[in-house]
Design a protein around this ligand. Structure first.
Ligand SMILES: Cc1cc2nc3c(=O)[nH]c(=O)nc-3n(C[C@H](O)[C@H](O)[C@H](O)COP(=O)(O)OP(=O)(O)OC[C@H]3O[C@@H](n4cnc5c(N)ncnc54)[C@H](O)[C@@H]3O)c2cc1C
Length: 489
Protein backbone atom coordinates (compact mmCIF):
# COMPACT_ATOMS: atom_id res chain seq x y z
CA UNK A 1 0.00 0.00 0.00
CA UNK A 2 1.76 3.17 -1.08
CA UNK A 3 0.11 5.65 1.29
CA UNK A 4 0.77 5.34 4.99
CA UNK A 5 -0.83 7.30 7.76
CA UNK A 6 0.13 8.30 11.28
CA UNK A 7 -0.44 5.55 13.84
CA UNK A 8 -4.06 5.62 14.99
CA UNK A 9 -4.36 6.53 18.63
CA UNK A 10 -7.99 5.52 19.03
CA UNK A 11 -9.10 1.98 18.18
CA UNK A 12 -9.43 1.59 14.43
CA UNK A 13 -12.27 -0.10 12.61
CA UNK A 14 -11.58 -2.54 9.80
CA UNK A 15 -14.32 -4.07 7.68
CA UNK A 16 -13.59 -7.47 6.18
CA UNK A 17 -16.01 -8.37 3.39
CA UNK A 18 -16.48 -12.10 2.74
CA UNK A 19 -16.44 -14.78 5.42
CA UNK A 20 -14.91 -17.60 3.39
CA UNK A 21 -11.55 -18.98 4.43
CA UNK A 22 -9.81 -15.90 2.99
CA UNK A 23 -11.88 -13.33 4.89
CA UNK A 24 -11.78 -15.38 8.09
CA UNK A 25 -8.03 -15.95 7.95
CA UNK A 26 -7.54 -12.25 7.22
CA UNK A 27 -9.76 -11.21 10.14
CA UNK A 28 -7.84 -13.53 12.43
CA UNK A 29 -4.49 -12.23 11.23
CA UNK A 30 -5.70 -8.64 11.67
CA UNK A 31 -6.60 -9.45 15.27
CA UNK A 32 -3.16 -10.90 15.98
CA UNK A 33 -1.53 -7.84 14.41
CA UNK A 34 -3.78 -5.05 15.72
CA UNK A 35 -4.48 -6.39 19.21
CA UNK A 36 -7.71 -6.45 21.22
CA UNK A 37 -8.80 -2.82 20.84
CA UNK A 38 -9.29 -2.78 17.07
CA UNK A 39 -12.87 -3.21 15.92
CA UNK A 40 -13.03 -5.84 13.18
CA UNK A 41 -16.37 -6.19 11.44
CA UNK A 42 -16.85 -9.26 9.24
CA UNK A 43 -19.64 -8.88 6.69
CA UNK A 44 -21.04 -11.63 4.48
CA UNK A 45 -24.01 -11.78 2.17
CA UNK A 46 -24.71 -15.32 3.31
CA UNK A 47 -25.99 -16.24 6.77
CA UNK A 48 -23.43 -19.08 6.89
CA UNK A 49 -19.73 -18.63 7.62
CA UNK A 50 -17.05 -20.45 5.66
CA UNK A 51 -17.87 -19.84 1.98
CA UNK A 52 -16.61 -22.88 0.06
CA UNK A 53 -15.66 -24.59 3.34
CA UNK A 54 -18.66 -26.42 4.75
CA UNK A 55 -18.89 -29.56 6.85
CA UNK A 56 -22.16 -31.44 7.29
CA UNK A 57 -23.00 -34.51 9.31
CA UNK A 58 -24.06 -37.41 7.14
CA UNK A 59 -25.07 -40.72 8.68
CA UNK A 60 -23.36 -39.56 11.91
CA UNK A 61 -20.01 -38.85 10.22
CA UNK A 62 -18.52 -35.46 9.29
CA UNK A 63 -18.38 -34.82 5.54
CA UNK A 64 -16.86 -31.78 3.86
CA UNK A 65 -19.07 -30.82 0.95
CA UNK A 66 -16.85 -27.95 -0.25
CA UNK A 67 -13.09 -28.08 0.15
CA UNK A 68 -12.20 -31.48 1.63
CA UNK A 69 -8.44 -31.32 2.17
CA UNK A 70 -5.48 -28.97 1.96
CA UNK A 71 -2.09 -29.28 0.39
CA UNK A 72 0.54 -29.69 3.07
CA UNK A 73 3.53 -29.31 0.78
CA UNK A 74 2.68 -25.61 0.94
CA UNK A 75 2.98 -24.42 4.53
CA UNK A 76 0.15 -21.90 5.01
CA UNK A 77 -2.86 -24.10 5.85
CA UNK A 78 -0.92 -26.51 8.03
CA UNK A 79 0.69 -23.60 9.86
CA UNK A 80 -2.68 -21.95 10.47
CA UNK A 81 -4.24 -25.18 11.71
CA UNK A 82 -1.33 -25.65 14.11
CA UNK A 83 -1.44 -22.03 15.25
CA UNK A 84 -5.15 -22.43 16.05
CA UNK A 85 -4.38 -25.44 18.25
CA UNK A 86 -6.06 -27.90 15.86
CA UNK A 87 -2.98 -29.99 15.09
CA UNK A 88 -4.42 -32.94 17.03
CA UNK A 89 -7.25 -33.18 14.48
CA UNK A 90 -4.91 -33.52 11.52
CA UNK A 91 -5.51 -36.63 9.41
CA UNK A 92 -3.69 -37.94 6.33
CA UNK A 93 -5.10 -40.04 3.48
CA UNK A 94 -4.88 -43.81 3.63
CA UNK A 95 -2.48 -45.46 1.14
CA UNK A 96 -5.23 -46.28 -1.39
CA UNK A 97 -4.78 -44.49 -4.70
CA UNK A 98 -7.15 -42.87 -7.23
CA UNK A 99 -8.34 -44.20 -10.56
CA UNK A 100 -9.49 -42.59 -13.76
CA UNK A 101 -12.37 -43.55 -16.05
CA UNK A 102 -11.65 -42.89 -19.72
CA UNK A 103 -12.21 -44.74 -22.96
CA UNK A 104 -14.77 -46.93 -21.19
CA UNK A 105 -12.19 -48.37 -18.75
CA UNK A 106 -11.29 -47.58 -15.15
CA UNK A 107 -7.53 -47.70 -14.59
CA UNK A 108 -5.09 -46.42 -11.94
CA UNK A 109 -4.40 -42.69 -12.19
CA UNK A 110 -0.80 -42.31 -13.37
CA UNK A 111 0.97 -41.22 -10.19
CA UNK A 112 3.89 -39.25 -11.61
CA UNK A 113 2.48 -36.29 -13.57
CA UNK A 114 2.08 -32.53 -13.12
CA UNK A 115 -1.71 -32.28 -13.18
CA UNK A 116 -1.71 -34.85 -15.97
CA UNK A 117 1.43 -33.74 -17.82
CA UNK A 118 3.87 -36.67 -17.66
CA UNK A 119 7.67 -36.56 -17.68
CA UNK A 120 7.76 -39.69 -19.89
CA UNK A 121 5.27 -41.37 -22.21
CA UNK A 122 5.67 -44.63 -20.28
CA UNK A 123 4.01 -42.96 -17.29
CA UNK A 124 0.68 -42.75 -19.15
CA UNK A 125 0.90 -46.04 -21.05
CA UNK A 126 -1.77 -47.74 -18.94
CA UNK A 127 -4.32 -45.05 -19.68
CA UNK A 128 -3.84 -43.95 -23.29
CA UNK A 129 -4.17 -45.92 -26.50
CA UNK A 130 -0.93 -47.08 -28.16
CA UNK A 131 -1.03 -44.37 -30.88
CA UNK A 132 -1.67 -41.72 -28.22
CA UNK A 133 1.29 -42.97 -26.16
CA UNK A 134 3.46 -42.77 -29.28
CA UNK A 135 2.26 -39.19 -29.82
CA UNK A 136 3.25 -38.26 -26.26
CA UNK A 137 6.62 -40.01 -26.71
CA UNK A 138 7.28 -37.87 -29.80
CA UNK A 139 6.57 -34.58 -28.03
CA UNK A 140 10.21 -33.85 -27.10
CA UNK A 141 11.26 -34.30 -30.71
CA UNK A 142 9.06 -31.41 -31.94
CA UNK A 143 10.68 -27.97 -31.72
CA UNK A 144 9.02 -25.79 -29.09
CA UNK A 145 8.68 -22.04 -29.66
CA UNK A 146 8.43 -20.50 -26.23
CA UNK A 147 9.20 -16.89 -25.26
CA UNK A 148 10.01 -16.50 -21.55
CA UNK A 149 7.03 -14.90 -19.84
CA UNK A 150 4.48 -15.94 -22.48
CA UNK A 151 1.27 -17.76 -21.64
CA UNK A 152 -0.85 -20.31 -23.48
CA UNK A 153 -4.02 -22.29 -23.02
CA UNK A 154 -3.00 -25.61 -21.45
CA UNK A 155 -5.30 -27.63 -23.69
CA UNK A 156 -4.31 -25.99 -26.94
CA UNK A 157 -0.59 -26.32 -26.30
CA UNK A 158 -0.88 -29.92 -25.20
CA UNK A 159 -3.23 -31.00 -27.99
CA UNK A 160 -0.90 -29.49 -30.56
CA UNK A 161 2.22 -31.11 -29.16
CA UNK A 162 1.11 -34.30 -27.42
CA UNK A 163 -2.30 -35.15 -28.87
CA UNK A 164 -5.94 -34.87 -27.79
CA UNK A 165 -6.09 -38.07 -25.81
CA UNK A 166 -3.67 -36.91 -23.12
CA UNK A 167 -5.81 -33.81 -22.61
CA UNK A 168 -9.13 -35.61 -22.61
CA UNK A 169 -8.22 -38.68 -20.58
CA UNK A 170 -5.89 -37.17 -18.00
CA UNK A 171 -5.30 -33.40 -17.93
CA UNK A 172 -8.96 -32.40 -18.19
CA UNK A 173 -10.15 -34.77 -15.44
CA UNK A 174 -7.41 -33.48 -13.10
CA UNK A 175 -7.88 -29.78 -13.89
CA UNK A 176 -11.64 -30.33 -13.75
CA UNK A 177 -11.16 -31.49 -10.19
CA UNK A 178 -9.21 -28.42 -9.15
CA UNK A 179 -10.92 -25.65 -11.16
CA UNK A 180 -14.17 -27.21 -12.39
CA UNK A 181 -12.73 -26.07 -15.71
CA UNK A 182 -11.49 -27.38 -19.03
CA UNK A 183 -7.85 -27.47 -20.09
CA UNK A 184 -8.69 -25.64 -23.32
CA UNK A 185 -9.72 -22.52 -21.38
CA UNK A 186 -7.16 -22.56 -18.55
CA UNK A 187 -3.82 -20.77 -18.72
CA UNK A 188 -0.54 -22.62 -18.29
CA UNK A 189 1.21 -19.89 -16.28
CA UNK A 190 -1.40 -19.73 -13.53
CA UNK A 191 -2.45 -23.39 -13.37
CA UNK A 192 0.92 -25.08 -14.02
CA UNK A 193 3.34 -22.38 -12.81
CA UNK A 194 6.24 -24.79 -12.32
CA UNK A 195 5.94 -25.98 -15.92
CA UNK A 196 5.81 -22.39 -17.22
CA UNK A 197 8.88 -21.50 -15.15
CA UNK A 198 10.79 -24.54 -16.48
CA UNK A 199 9.90 -23.52 -20.06
CA UNK A 200 11.08 -19.96 -19.29
CA UNK A 201 14.37 -21.45 -18.08
CA UNK A 202 14.80 -23.19 -21.41
CA UNK A 203 13.25 -26.67 -21.05
CA UNK A 204 13.03 -27.90 -24.64
CA UNK A 205 9.68 -29.67 -24.40
CA UNK A 206 6.63 -30.01 -22.19
CA UNK A 207 7.79 -33.43 -21.01
CA UNK A 208 11.18 -31.97 -20.09
CA UNK A 209 9.45 -29.18 -18.19
CA UNK A 210 7.31 -31.73 -16.32
CA UNK A 211 10.45 -33.70 -15.53
CA UNK A 212 12.10 -30.56 -14.10
CA UNK A 213 9.07 -30.01 -11.85
CA UNK A 214 8.80 -33.61 -10.71
CA UNK A 215 12.45 -34.50 -10.20
CA UNK A 216 13.34 -32.39 -7.15
CA UNK A 217 10.40 -33.73 -5.17
CA UNK A 218 11.06 -37.40 -5.80
CA UNK A 219 11.78 -39.31 -2.62
CA UNK A 220 14.94 -41.38 -2.49
CA UNK A 221 14.33 -44.80 -3.97
CA UNK A 222 12.34 -46.95 -1.57
CA UNK A 223 11.47 -44.07 0.74
CA UNK A 224 7.73 -43.58 1.24
CA UNK A 225 6.37 -40.34 -0.29
CA UNK A 226 5.29 -37.86 2.35
CA UNK A 227 1.53 -37.22 2.22
CA UNK A 228 0.62 -34.36 -0.09
CA UNK A 229 -2.71 -33.55 1.58
CA UNK A 230 -4.17 -33.39 5.05
CA UNK A 231 -7.59 -32.71 6.52
CA UNK A 232 -9.22 -32.47 9.93
CA UNK A 233 -11.03 -35.31 11.67
CA UNK A 234 -14.17 -33.30 12.42
CA UNK A 235 -14.20 -31.53 9.05
CA UNK A 236 -12.73 -28.26 7.84
CA UNK A 237 -15.54 -26.17 9.37
CA UNK A 238 -13.61 -26.65 12.59
CA UNK A 239 -11.08 -24.16 11.19
CA UNK A 240 -13.91 -21.74 10.38
CA UNK A 241 -15.22 -21.93 13.97
CA UNK A 242 -11.74 -21.54 15.46
CA UNK A 243 -10.92 -18.57 13.23
CA UNK A 244 -14.12 -16.70 13.98
CA UNK A 245 -13.70 -17.23 17.71
CA UNK A 246 -10.03 -16.21 17.76
CA UNK A 247 -10.60 -13.21 15.51
CA UNK A 248 -13.19 -11.81 17.95
CA UNK A 249 -15.05 -10.06 15.14
CA UNK A 250 -18.38 -8.30 15.06
CA UNK A 251 -20.37 -10.44 12.64
CA UNK A 252 -22.79 -8.94 10.13
CA UNK A 253 -24.22 -11.93 8.23
CA UNK A 254 -26.92 -12.09 5.59
CA UNK A 255 -25.93 -8.60 4.38
CA UNK A 256 -24.50 -8.45 0.86
CA UNK A 257 -22.22 -5.47 0.36
CA UNK A 258 -23.63 -3.52 -2.56
CA UNK A 259 -21.23 -0.61 -2.87
CA UNK A 260 -17.80 0.51 -1.75
CA UNK A 261 -17.36 4.28 -1.50
CA UNK A 262 -14.21 6.25 -0.69
CA UNK A 263 -14.80 8.95 1.96
CA UNK A 264 -12.49 11.68 3.29
CA UNK A 265 -11.92 9.57 6.44
CA UNK A 266 -11.67 6.11 4.88
CA UNK A 267 -14.29 3.89 3.31
CA UNK A 268 -18.03 3.38 3.42
CA UNK A 269 -19.79 0.11 2.69
CA UNK A 270 -23.39 0.11 1.55
CA UNK A 271 -24.94 -3.14 2.80
CA UNK A 272 -28.20 -5.01 2.67
CA UNK A 273 -30.95 -5.74 0.20
CA UNK A 274 -32.09 -3.19 -2.39
CA UNK A 275 -34.94 -1.74 -0.33
CA UNK A 276 -33.18 -1.94 3.01
CA UNK A 277 -29.65 -0.63 2.87
CA UNK A 278 -27.44 0.61 5.67
CA UNK A 279 -23.95 2.12 5.86
CA UNK A 280 -20.83 0.91 7.58
CA UNK A 281 -17.89 3.31 7.82
CA UNK A 282 -14.38 1.93 8.32
CA UNK A 283 -10.79 3.17 8.42
CA UNK A 284 -9.77 0.27 6.22
CA UNK A 285 -11.50 -2.40 4.13
CA UNK A 286 -10.30 -5.87 3.16
CA UNK A 287 -12.25 -7.46 0.31
CA UNK A 288 -12.26 -11.27 0.26
CA UNK A 289 -15.11 -11.91 -2.17
CA UNK A 290 -15.24 -13.81 -5.49
CA UNK A 291 -14.37 -12.05 -8.75
CA UNK A 292 -17.91 -10.97 -9.77
CA UNK A 293 -18.43 -9.24 -6.41
CA UNK A 294 -14.94 -7.71 -6.57
CA UNK A 295 -15.76 -6.34 -10.00
CA UNK A 296 -18.98 -4.73 -8.74
CA UNK A 297 -17.51 -3.31 -5.52
CA UNK A 298 -14.42 -1.83 -7.18
CA UNK A 299 -16.31 -0.39 -10.17
CA UNK A 300 -16.66 3.12 -8.77
CA UNK A 301 -13.54 3.67 -6.64
CA UNK A 302 -11.05 1.65 -8.74
CA UNK A 303 -12.33 1.11 -12.30
CA UNK A 304 -9.13 -0.47 -13.63
CA UNK A 305 -9.02 -3.00 -10.81
CA UNK A 306 -12.71 -3.67 -11.37
CA UNK A 307 -12.14 -4.30 -15.07
CA UNK A 308 -9.30 -6.69 -14.20
CA UNK A 309 -11.57 -8.62 -11.79
CA UNK A 310 -14.14 -8.74 -14.59
CA UNK A 311 -11.68 -10.74 -16.68
CA UNK A 312 -11.89 -13.65 -14.22
CA UNK A 313 -14.82 -15.92 -15.03
CA UNK A 314 -16.23 -18.33 -12.45
CA UNK A 315 -17.53 -21.89 -12.72
CA UNK A 316 -20.37 -23.49 -10.82
CA UNK A 317 -20.31 -27.02 -9.48
CA UNK A 318 -22.11 -29.29 -7.04
CA UNK A 319 -21.12 -31.92 -4.52
CA UNK A 320 -23.44 -34.79 -3.65
CA UNK A 321 -22.70 -36.76 -0.50
CA UNK A 322 -23.93 -40.30 0.09
CA UNK A 323 -23.75 -42.32 3.30
CA UNK A 324 -23.73 -45.92 2.05
CA UNK A 325 -24.59 -48.78 4.39
CA UNK A 326 -21.23 -50.33 5.28
CA UNK A 327 -22.24 -53.77 4.04
CA UNK A 328 -23.08 -52.43 0.58
CA UNK A 329 -19.93 -50.31 0.49
CA UNK A 330 -17.75 -53.43 0.70
CA UNK A 331 -18.24 -53.70 -3.07
CA UNK A 332 -16.45 -50.40 -3.68
CA UNK A 333 -13.14 -50.75 -5.49
CA UNK A 334 -10.05 -50.47 -3.29
CA UNK A 335 -9.36 -46.95 -4.53
CA UNK A 336 -9.68 -43.46 -3.09
CA UNK A 337 -12.00 -42.51 -5.94
CA UNK A 338 -12.39 -42.15 -9.66
CA UNK A 339 -11.90 -39.13 -11.93
CA UNK A 340 -14.14 -39.21 -14.99
CA UNK A 341 -13.20 -37.96 -18.46
CA UNK A 342 -15.78 -35.56 -19.90
CA UNK A 343 -16.35 -37.84 -22.89
CA UNK A 344 -17.69 -40.68 -20.70
CA UNK A 345 -21.50 -41.11 -20.76
CA UNK A 346 -21.77 -40.19 -17.07
CA UNK A 347 -22.97 -37.09 -15.19
CA UNK A 348 -20.33 -36.97 -12.46
CA UNK A 349 -16.83 -35.66 -13.04
CA UNK A 350 -15.44 -37.48 -10.01
CA UNK A 351 -16.31 -39.72 -7.11
CA UNK A 352 -14.25 -39.55 -3.94
CA UNK A 353 -14.69 -42.72 -1.94
CA UNK A 354 -14.22 -40.65 1.21
CA UNK A 355 -14.49 -43.61 3.56
CA UNK A 356 -11.67 -45.35 1.66
CA UNK A 357 -9.53 -42.22 1.31
CA UNK A 358 -9.87 -41.11 4.94
CA UNK A 359 -10.11 -43.60 7.79
CA UNK A 360 -12.33 -41.20 9.74
CA UNK A 361 -14.93 -40.92 6.95
CA UNK A 362 -16.63 -44.17 7.87
CA UNK A 363 -18.27 -45.63 10.96
CA UNK A 364 -19.48 -49.06 12.02
CA UNK A 365 -22.65 -48.37 10.00
CA UNK A 366 -21.79 -46.19 7.01
CA UNK A 367 -19.10 -45.26 4.53
CA UNK A 368 -19.21 -41.80 2.96
CA UNK A 369 -18.87 -41.04 -0.74
CA UNK A 370 -18.62 -37.65 -2.43
CA UNK A 371 -19.60 -37.04 -6.03
CA UNK A 372 -18.60 -33.87 -7.90
CA UNK A 373 -20.55 -32.51 -10.86
CA UNK A 374 -20.26 -29.47 -13.11
CA UNK A 375 -17.59 -27.96 -15.31
CA UNK A 376 -17.18 -24.43 -16.61
CA UNK A 377 -19.45 -23.83 -19.60
CA UNK A 378 -21.66 -26.82 -18.80
CA UNK A 379 -24.36 -25.06 -16.79
CA UNK A 380 -27.05 -27.46 -18.02
CA UNK A 381 -25.57 -30.27 -15.96
CA UNK A 382 -26.57 -28.42 -12.78
CA UNK A 383 -30.00 -27.28 -13.99
CA UNK A 384 -31.63 -30.25 -12.35
CA UNK A 385 -33.31 -30.34 -8.97
CA UNK A 386 -31.67 -32.08 -6.04
CA UNK A 387 -33.62 -35.32 -6.50
CA UNK A 388 -32.57 -35.53 -10.16
CA UNK A 389 -28.93 -34.86 -9.30
CA UNK A 390 -29.08 -37.56 -6.67
CA UNK A 391 -30.61 -40.04 -9.13
CA UNK A 392 -27.90 -39.23 -11.67
CA UNK A 393 -25.16 -39.77 -9.08
CA UNK A 394 -26.64 -43.08 -7.96
CA UNK A 395 -26.95 -44.24 -11.57
CA UNK A 396 -23.29 -43.34 -12.19
CA UNK A 397 -22.19 -45.11 -9.02
CA UNK A 398 -24.05 -48.22 -10.16
CA UNK A 399 -22.46 -48.00 -13.62
CA UNK A 400 -18.96 -47.68 -12.18
CA UNK A 401 -19.12 -50.01 -9.18
CA UNK A 402 -22.30 -52.07 -9.44
CA UNK A 403 -23.52 -50.62 -6.12
CA UNK A 404 -27.26 -49.96 -6.16
CA UNK A 405 -27.96 -49.91 -2.40
CA UNK A 406 -30.04 -46.97 -1.17
CA UNK A 407 -27.90 -44.55 0.85
CA UNK A 408 -28.99 -44.04 4.47
CA UNK A 409 -28.45 -40.28 4.16
CA UNK A 410 -27.68 -37.85 1.33
CA UNK A 411 -26.77 -34.22 0.88
CA UNK A 412 -26.61 -31.94 -2.17
CA UNK A 413 -24.40 -28.84 -1.94
CA UNK A 414 -24.39 -26.37 -4.81
CA UNK A 415 -21.53 -23.99 -5.43
CA UNK A 416 -22.76 -21.26 -7.77
CA UNK A 417 -19.70 -19.44 -9.16
CA UNK A 418 -17.61 -21.42 -6.68
CA UNK A 419 -14.36 -21.64 -8.63
CA UNK A 420 -12.51 -18.92 -10.57
CA UNK A 421 -11.17 -19.85 -13.99
CA UNK A 422 -7.53 -18.92 -14.45
CA UNK A 423 -7.56 -18.19 -18.19
CA UNK A 424 -4.41 -17.41 -20.20
CA UNK A 425 -3.21 -13.99 -19.02
CA UNK A 426 -4.71 -14.48 -15.55
CA UNK A 427 -1.58 -13.29 -13.77
CA UNK A 428 -1.55 -10.08 -15.83
CA UNK A 429 -5.15 -9.40 -14.82
CA UNK A 430 -4.30 -10.03 -11.17
CA UNK A 431 -1.24 -7.78 -11.39
CA UNK A 432 -3.40 -4.96 -12.81
CA UNK A 433 -5.96 -5.47 -10.06
CA UNK A 434 -3.34 -5.52 -7.30
CA UNK A 435 -1.52 -2.49 -8.71
CA UNK A 436 -4.54 -0.24 -8.43
CA UNK A 437 -5.57 -1.62 -5.05
CA UNK A 438 -2.02 -1.08 -3.73
CA UNK A 439 -2.30 2.61 -4.56
CA UNK A 440 -5.59 3.00 -2.63
CA UNK A 441 -4.93 3.83 1.03
CA UNK A 442 -6.63 1.48 3.49
CA UNK A 443 -7.81 -1.09 0.95
CA UNK A 444 -6.62 -4.66 0.37
CA UNK A 445 -7.88 -7.74 -1.48
CA UNK A 446 -7.55 -11.46 -0.79
CA UNK A 447 -9.09 -14.67 -2.01
CA UNK A 448 -9.22 -17.45 -4.55
CA UNK A 449 -9.42 -14.99 -7.46
CA UNK A 450 -5.77 -14.04 -7.06
CA UNK A 451 -2.92 -16.50 -6.71
CA UNK A 452 -4.39 -20.00 -6.40
CA UNK A 453 -7.74 -21.57 -5.57
CA UNK A 454 -6.43 -23.99 -2.93
CA UNK A 455 -6.84 -23.23 0.76
CA UNK A 456 -3.11 -22.57 1.39
CA UNK A 457 -2.99 -20.05 -1.47
CA UNK A 458 -6.13 -18.31 -0.17
CA UNK A 459 -4.66 -18.14 3.33
CA UNK A 460 -1.43 -16.69 1.91
CA UNK A 461 -3.35 -13.85 0.22
CA UNK A 462 -5.31 -13.29 3.43
CA UNK A 463 -2.12 -13.01 5.49
CA UNK A 464 -0.55 -10.61 3.02
CA UNK A 465 -3.68 -8.42 2.83
CA UNK A 466 -4.04 -8.32 6.62
CA UNK A 467 -0.41 -7.27 6.99
CA UNK A 468 -0.86 -4.47 4.50
CA UNK A 469 -3.91 -3.14 6.34
CA UNK A 470 -2.16 -3.43 9.73
CA UNK A 471 0.84 -1.55 8.37
CA UNK A 472 -1.39 1.19 7.02
CA UNK A 473 -3.26 1.58 10.31
CA UNK A 474 -0.32 1.44 12.67
CA UNK A 475 2.44 2.89 10.54
CA UNK A 476 4.57 -0.04 11.71
CA UNK A 477 5.74 -2.70 9.24
CA UNK A 478 4.00 -5.97 10.10
CA UNK A 479 6.20 -9.06 10.56
CA UNK A 480 6.96 -10.74 7.27
CA UNK A 481 6.20 -14.26 8.47
CA UNK A 482 2.63 -15.54 8.58
CA UNK A 483 2.88 -15.66 12.36
CA UNK A 484 1.77 -12.16 13.23
CA UNK A 485 2.03 -12.56 16.99
CA UNK A 486 -0.31 -13.78 19.64
CA UNK A 487 -3.82 -12.58 20.18
CA UNK A 488 -3.89 -9.46 22.28
CA UNK A 489 -0.19 -8.86 21.84
C1 LIG B 1 -16.70 -27.94 -4.35
C2 LIG B 1 -15.34 -27.37 -4.04
C3 LIG B 1 -14.32 -28.22 -3.63
C4 LIG B 1 -13.07 -27.70 -3.31
N1 LIG B 1 -12.11 -28.55 -2.84
C5 LIG B 1 -10.94 -28.03 -2.39
C6 LIG B 1 -10.03 -28.86 -1.70
O1 LIG B 1 -10.26 -30.04 -1.46
N2 LIG B 1 -8.86 -28.30 -1.28
C7 LIG B 1 -8.58 -26.98 -1.47
O2 LIG B 1 -7.50 -26.52 -1.05
N3 LIG B 1 -9.46 -26.15 -2.10
C8 LIG B 1 -10.63 -26.65 -2.54
N4 LIG B 1 -11.54 -25.84 -3.15
C9 LIG B 1 -11.20 -24.42 -3.34
C10 LIG B 1 -11.36 -23.63 -2.05
O3 LIG B 1 -12.33 -24.20 -1.23
C11 LIG B 1 -11.77 -22.20 -2.36
O4 LIG B 1 -10.93 -21.65 -3.36
C12 LIG B 1 -11.68 -21.33 -1.12
O5 LIG B 1 -12.41 -21.90 -0.05
C13 LIG B 1 -12.19 -19.94 -1.46
O6 LIG B 1 -12.19 -19.16 -0.30
P1 LIG B 1 -12.50 -17.61 -0.38
O7 LIG B 1 -12.66 -17.14 1.01
O8 LIG B 1 -11.49 -16.94 -1.22
O9 LIG B 1 -13.88 -17.50 -1.18
P2 LIG B 1 -15.29 -18.11 -0.80
O10 LIG B 1 -15.19 -19.32 0.01
O11 LIG B 1 -16.04 -18.17 -2.09
O12 LIG B 1 -15.94 -17.00 0.14
C14 LIG B 1 -16.37 -15.77 -0.36
C15 LIG B 1 -17.44 -15.22 0.59
O13 LIG B 1 -17.84 -13.94 0.11
C16 LIG B 1 -19.23 -13.81 0.30
N5 LIG B 1 -19.71 -12.76 -0.60
C17 LIG B 1 -19.77 -12.79 -1.96
N6 LIG B 1 -20.22 -11.61 -2.41
C18 LIG B 1 -20.44 -10.83 -1.34
C19 LIG B 1 -20.92 -9.49 -1.16
N7 LIG B 1 -21.24 -8.69 -2.20
N8 LIG B 1 -21.04 -9.02 0.10
C20 LIG B 1 -20.72 -9.79 1.18
N9 LIG B 1 -20.27 -11.05 1.06
C21 LIG B 1 -20.13 -11.56 -0.18
C22 LIG B 1 -19.78 -15.18 0.02
O14 LIG B 1 -21.05 -15.36 0.63
C23 LIG B 1 -18.70 -16.09 0.64
O15 LIG B 1 -19.00 -16.40 1.98
C24 LIG B 1 -12.82 -26.32 -3.46
C25 LIG B 1 -13.83 -25.46 -3.90
C26 LIG B 1 -15.08 -25.96 -4.19
C27 LIG B 1 -16.19 -25.03 -4.63
Amino acid sequence: MSSTRAPLLAASRVAVVGAGISGLAAAYRLRTLLGPTAEIVLVDGSRRLGGAVRTVELGGVALDVGAEAFLIRRPEALRLVTELGLGGQLRYPTPVTPTVRAGGRTVPLPPRTVLGLPAAAADVAGLLSAPAVARVAAEPTTALCWEPGQDAAVGMLLRERAGDELVERLVDPLLGGVYAGRADALGLRATLPGVAAALDRGAGSLLAAASAVLSPGLPASGAPSPPAFGTLRDGLSVVVDALVAAAAVRLRLGLPVRELVRTPEGWRLVLGSAGQTEHLDADAVLLAVPAPALRRLLADPLPLASAAAGRVEVASCAVVGLALPLAAAQALPKASGVLVAASEPLSVKAFTFSGRKWAHARSAEVLLIRASLGRHGEARMLQRDDAELLDAVRADLAALTGITARPVATVVARWGGGLPQYAPGHLDAVAALEREVAAAAGLAVAGATLHGVGLPACIATADAAARRIAEYLTGVPAPAAAHGGTIGA
